[in-house]
Design a protein around this ligand. Structure first.
Ligand SMILES: *Cc1c(COP(=O)(O)O)cnc(C)c1O
Length: 458
């Protein structure tokens, strides 16, 4: 029989207590955090959907690997194991371990970038863009136009616009383009997947013009689920084979292990070009650590090696993608405006549509984030004008393109009943929609204001 209920394909061996709070307590906590959930203590949160980064639950195999971790400075067996797993996945001969994804980005983009250089991507993730711009280079996003249509049910809305790519190459000249970065899944583009056909086309265009193609492979296993289940010709390939095929199209990969390697810290850079690898390795040794550990302990590398294998297990990926879709579809059925179809790792709510009476300069996304915390103890992240808005010279808000709230799902951490609780909280919020008000900012730092800004209800 075909069951409707998604059961988690694991049972629980160790538990972590959630401190239960009531609304009265949460009113006080939120006031103390000055209406910015980034300033809450995690113990004040019931369900933490702030990010899927570094929040995975490790398996019994990974925890036993922690005991086996070899802490030798050079040539540790844990390094050799992790290196072999990454070589097998990426097909790259040169692997550089780093303490997290952005360190790998810094090694690579500081070498390839610099003033006058340009990078093109389906969407640069914020640390990717920051590392490129920090080198003096320019980052240009060219997602397919469908990416911005939040209710258009197409399977691969994370794709790169290949027509725009050809035009940009002609306009900017190949010698000025330092790289084309394909981010799978497209994290900043709603977590939407990229098709193999698109990756192949991007690769062919890059090869034709002698431009380097880099894969940002943070969620390559989640992306492989969408290819196997939604792209013709991949039904009988394994998830790992699909990921290997995609890596083979690129000249190198950058990965934050905090996502699809199912660990809490780590990352790597994988390259095919020896010369470039040697340049990056020199800086790796100066800034991160020796070439066979980067910024990682032997035990971390052991856990990464195991996580990178477990993440391709069909039962895990099926549960992972279906539970994100479960939350997305239930919210949609309730009448909550969500970005559809669901991406791999998160559900995005359109707060401007949810609270149409709250003007953008009073931050409807922040209002939703605060209500989810007050009514349910749920912590989420505003991705709208608090995060991306700017002020003009008169101090008036230049709003972001969209006012979204992201519900990111940590891997293997919450069960279906936790998601049901989130859905129930939205039901309650819908009832109080009309008399929910916005916020004003009372303090903001000059950069990345969403992390530390303070607010007051208006
Ligand atoms: C998280 C992430 C990064 C950066 O990785 P960190 O481990 O957080 O430094 C880069 N690219 C994408 C797509 C990401 O999601």
């Amino acid at each position: 029989m075909q069951h409707k209920t998604i059961i988690e394909p694991f049972r629980i061996k160790v538990v972590e207590k959630i401190r239960m709070t009531d609304e009265a307590e949460r009113i006080a906590f939120l006031k103390q955090a000055q209406y910015n959930p980034f300033l809450l203590h995690s113990s004040e949160v019931l369900i933490d959907l702030l990010t899927d980064s570094g929040t995975s639950a490790m398996s019994a195999e990974q925890w036993s690997g922690i005991m086996r971790g070899d802490e030798s400075y050079a040539g540790a067996s844990s390094w050799l194991r992790m290196e072999a797993v990454i070589k097998d996945l990426t097909g790259c001969p040169y692997i550089l371990p780093t303490h997290q994804g952005r360190a790998a980005e810094h090694l690579l983009y500081a070498r390839l970038g610099g003033p006058g250089k340009i990078f093109l991507s389906n969407t640069h993730f914020d640390t990717t863009r920051a590392n490129i711009e920090f080198s003096g280079a320019t980052a240009i996003d060219i997602p397919v136009p469908e990416n911005k249509q939040t209710d258009l049910l197409l399977p691969f809305k994370g794709n790169l616009d290949t027509e725009a790519l050809k035009k940009q190459i002609e306009l900017l000249k190949p010698e000025n383009i330092a790289g084309v970065i394909l981010t799978v899944t497209n994290n900043s583009g709603g977590g939407q997947p990229v098709s193999m056909a698109n990756a192949k086309e991007v690769s062919a265009i890059c090869k034709q013009h002698g431009i380097r193609m880099i894969l940002d492979a943070c969620r390559i296993a989640e992306n492989a689920w969408f290819i196997k289940n939604q792209e013709a010709g991949y039904e009988n390939k394994s998830y790992k084979e699909i990921a290997q095929e995609m890596c083979a199209l690129a000249d190198g990969c950058v990965m934050s292990a905090k996502k699809d390697a199912l660990v809490n810290m780590g990352g790597f850079l994988a390259l095919k070009d020896l010369d470039l690898a040697l340049q990056c390795r020199t800086v790796l040794i100066i800034t991160e650590g020796y070439a066979t550990y980067g910024g990682l302990s032997g035990r971390d590398m052991e856990a990464i090696a195991t996580g990178l294998q477990e993440v391709f297990e069909p039962d895990y990926l099926d549960y992972r993608i279906k539970s994100t879709a479960y939350l997305c579809n239930h919210l949609h059925d309730l009448g909550v405006p969500v970005v559809r179809p669901a991406g791999g790792h998160a559900v995005y709510v359109d707060a401007k549509q949810f609270y149409p009476h709250i003007p953008v300069h009073q931050f409807p996304g922040q209002a939703l984030v605060c209500q989810l915390y007050l009514k349910g103890g749920i912590r989420t992240c505003e991705i709208g004008s608090v995060m991306f808005g700017k002020n003009d010279e008169n101090g008036n808000l230049i709003p972001a393109a969209m006012e979204l709230v992201r519900l990111a799902i940590p891997r293997r951490v919450y069960t279906q009943s936790h998601l049901d609780y989130v859905i129930e909280t939205f039901e309650e919020l819908l009832k109080h929609r009309k008399n929910t008000g916005g916020f004003k900012i009372t303090y903001e730092p000059p950069f990345l204001r969403h992390f530390t800004a303070r607010f007051e209800p208006v």
